[in-house]
Design a binder for this molecule. Structure first.
Ligand code: SAM
Length: 357
């Protein structure tokens, strides 16, 4: 069943009524009833597997399944330097395998989408460092992605991976690679929805507000409210637009070609199903709106934040910035593969923008 919230799909913020009904269980986990019809206090107890803490297989030791899924689809082809490959070889991606198999049965080209997106974002980031004067890169919601390692192995820059989970583990895994990196890499544990948490974590790790920075937001904007994301981005705004932001985001349903709408939402359907059927703590999916209950049949798609035509431009302009380039799924495919085998006639459901802040 596809969960429909009237008047919500396609908006960049959930209505206050939906937000107000949320139950925060302390670690981003959610209860088990319909988000709209269930009153606070009437939720049944959560199954043990949704709990955070010592009894759960927490995201500290395991990749969140969304990060694992993306890594499985990119299959080591996005970040090909020797240190990135060595790092990727150490990861246990089991958590993503069930979702990947089901997604691939539904539509066989997801991996192309991820590879195109990752290739585009890497190219844009390298360009910022080589040509725009970027000295520091902050990768928000980095998970176990190897973008930071790839950048550090190619270029002399300071990279800061930020995630709410898994960063201690990542720093341990990256430690032995340090002598093969040209740049420096630090892993910071912080909640991207809390600007103060991110800025103090970054400050503690050596990030300087005065040095030109690039903020990379890939695979994360859907899980943050627009207010939280752009509030955080405002901390990177400069008077002369010398900072950069690379933002990957979902489009509203109405802007996605009709035949691709179920393809776009499918992975989000399966995230919840998988969480119910396995031991993945839902804390691995800290949704901004904390829907108070999702059944195994519901989709996170309805709760994702999405940006329509003009939204990103308006948000960037609101911070005194500007969109420098925009890349839809057709252009990302053409850029990486030299042809449009998958997105020949139309584009898809994600875009990447390069923004001056
Ligand atoms: C789909 S993965 C994307 C990983 C990587 N950026 C990529 O695109 O390959 C989403 C990541 O965002 C992280 N995340 C989700 N909500 C977050 C929050 N509020 N603060 C920090 N990290 C968050 C998750 O832990 C996970 O590692």
């Amino acid at each position: 069943m596809f969960l429909v919230l009237p008047g919500f799909s396609g908006q960049t913020e959930a209505p206050a009524a939906v937000l107000g009904a949320a139950v925060d269980l302390g670690c981003g986990a959610v209860g088990a009833n319909h988000p709209i019809s269930v009153a606070r206090g009437s939720l049944p107890p959560l199954p043990q597997r949704f709990m955070c803490g010592p009894h759960a297989r927490g995201a500290v030791d395991l990749l969140s399944s969304t990060s694992a899924l993306v890594l499985l689809w990119s299959d080591g082809r996005a970040h090909t330097s020797a240190p990135a490959q060595r790092f990727l070889g150490t990861l246990d991606l089991d958590l993503g395998e069930g979702i990947m198999r089901e997604c691939d049965r539904f539509w066989p080209h997801y991996q192309e989408v991820i590879r195109n997106r990752k290739s585009c974002i890497l190219d844009l980031a390298v360009d910022c460092i080589e040509n725009d004067g970027t000295r520091q890169v902050v990768v928000l919601g980095a998970g176990m992605d190897a973008l930071s390692i790839e950048l550090c192995s190619r270029l002399d820059c300071a990279v800061f991976d930020v995630d709410s989970a898994g960063m201690d583990r990542k720093e341990q895994l990256v430690g032995p690679l340090a002598r093969d990196l040209r740049g420096s890499l630090r892993c910071v544990t912080a909640d991207a929805s809390k600007r103060a948490s991110v800025t103090s974590g970054l400050g503690g790790a050596g990030w300087s507000r005065e040095e030109p920075s690039l903020l990379v937001v890939e695979g994360l904007s859907y899980y943050l409210t627009a207010g939280d994301l752009w509030g955080l981005a405002s901390g990177f705004a400069t008077p002369n637009r010398s900072n950069r932001m690379i933002l990957e985001y979902l489009l509203p349903t109405s802007d996605i070609p009709e035949d691709l709408r179920p393809v776009a939402s499918r992975p989000f359907d399966l995230i919840v199903k998988e969480a119910y059927e396995s031991v993945i703590p839902l804390a691995a999916f800290p949704m901004p709106h904390h829907p108070p209950g999702l059944t195994a049949e519901d989709s996170l798609w309805a709760f994702t934040t999405r940006y329509g035509p003009g939204d990103v431009e308006a948000r960037a302009a609101g911070l005194g910035g500007a969109v420098l380039s925009r890349h839809d799924m057709r252009s990302m495919e053409m850029r990486r593969t030299g042809s449009n085998a998958v997105f020949g006639e139309r584009s898809g459901w994600i875009e990447v923008c390069k923004i001056a802040l």
